[in-house]
Write a protein that binds this ligand. Structure first.
Ligand SMILES: *[C@@H]1O[C@H](CO)[C@@H](O)[C@H](O)[C@H]1NC(C)=O
Length: 390
């Protein structure tokens, strides 16, 4: 804490002296060592074309996002048929639903729809990039980011990605990891996506730290029919190590997160630490097979279903630190006492203490980030997560 305060004071003084912004801090956890654009002189694009070319080229860069870049309308719109199902019509629901932009509609009816093309085609991020917001000004509206085909060493910090055809499933993902490695996603905000805020797969996402982000699910179009975004995080890459810490996940209704798949021969490690799950009108963790999941120091506040029932029979390996004893039992494998998870006005927290999880994490114990006391999570995370907080 003290170190962090000093670091941000230093950064503030640096900015005051140079008038420049840049990456603040460095990643801990699985993406440790990620440097993004490294020493590249921070550059501020002056046009949408320049922004696109700098993000997608193969030159190491520190790209400052000092304004809202609005992509909506820049690639035209498509009018066609979308599939409407019960999660579109939302009978008895408290909000409108989402129709799906897709080619088949076996269990629904076709309706006419118009969507923005830019939201469906993310920018392909090159290697060795830092994409950094300035103050609280950095917004990508109507376009997401995709890291694939070996994209390596990327930092995305302090930007808000929003308005990706939120009325339509498949309208757009905010961040896609598919054949990437060494990615730090820090202090961003995600809202109003058509599909996932963060998605990986089927290729590998690699070593990823997702820290201090705000996942804001408030929407008028919810596949959960309750004004809360359903498609939060879908992490199903081939060979992935996720550190997920300090995030604020609120007003969502599903996949917060979904982990794992039997579709590929994947292996996913997920260390979830000190996250604040608030007002989840649906499920938080939905865990499929091929996963090792260590959860400690997370706070669930008004979460209907903290872990789905199917997670218990999917073959998922989960250590969810339900008791003081379970916290202490970490010591033999990890060398420290885990922090237990806390629930308030939430559904049940099954006792899952799979030793295989501790054995697996023992092999990567250098990459396990520290926790703090779970009682402090709501206040600390709300004060720190999202844009304009660094
Ligand atoms: C990224 O940086 C690394 C280390 O300097 C270098 O080996 C690699 O070629 C760079 N990638 C690109 C696409 O420039």
């Amino acid at each position: 804490m003290k170190q962090a305060a000093l670091a941000s004071l230093f950064t503030f003084l640096l900015h005051a002296a140079t008038g420049n912004a840049q990456v603040v801090g460095s990643p801990s956890g699985f993406a440790a060592g990620t440097t993004g654009g490294g020493d590249a002189e921070p550059q501020t694009p002056s046009s949408l074309d320049e922004l696109v070319s700098w993000i997608t080229d193969s030159t190491p860069r520190t790209i400052l996002i000092d304004r809202e870049w609005n992509f909506i309308g820049t690639e035209g719109t498509t009018t066609g048929q979308c599939c409407s199902t019960r999660t579109t019509t939302c009978e008895g629901g408290t909000s409108a639903g989402q129709a799906s932009i897709q080619g088949t509609c076996d269990d629904g009816t076709w309706i006419s729809c118009t969507y923005d093309n830019a939201g469906k085609s993310p920018l392909e991020v090159g290697s060795n990039k830092s994409i950094v917001g300035v103050g609280s000004a950095g917004v990508l509206r109507g376009k997401g980011l995709r890291l694939r085909d070996g994209a390596n060493n990327v930092i995305i910090q302090n930007i808000h990605i929003t308005e990706l055809n939120p009325q339509y499933v498949w309208g757009g993902d905010a961040i896609t990891l598919d054949g990437s490695d060494n990615v730090w996603i820090d202090h961003n905000k995600f809202s109003l996506a058509g599909r996932q805020f963060i998605v990986s797969g089927w290729g590998k996402a690699g070593h990823v730290t997702i820290s201090n982000n705000e996942f804001d699910g408030v929407t008028e179009w919810s596949a959960g029919c309750n004004g809360k975004h359903y498609w939060t995080l879908l992490l199903i890459g081939e060979e992935d190590w996720y550190t997920f810490s300090g995030n604020w996940i609120h007003d969502v209704s599903g996949r917060a997160p979904h982990l794992g798949t039997d579709y590929t021969d994947s292996k996913i490690l997920f260390h979830g630490v000190n996250n604040y799950f608030q007002d989840v009108g649906g499920h938080a963790f939905d865990v499929d097979t091929n996963t090792y999941v260590l959860l400690e120091g997370n706070y669930f506040d008004g979460v209907d279903t903290p872990i789905t029932d199917t997670s218990l029979s999917s073959g998922a390996l989960i250590y969810d630190t339900p008791t003081v004893d379970a916290a202490g039992a970490c010591t033999a494998s990890l060398g420290y006492i885990c922090e237990w998870n806390r629930l308030s006005a939430s559904g049940s927290w099954p006792e899952l203490t799979e030793q295989a999880v501790l054995n697996e994490f023992a092999l990567v114990s250098d990459s396990l980030v520290d926790h703090y006391g779970v009682a402090d999570v709501p206040a600390t995370v709300v004060a720190n997560a999202g844009v304009g907080k660094i």
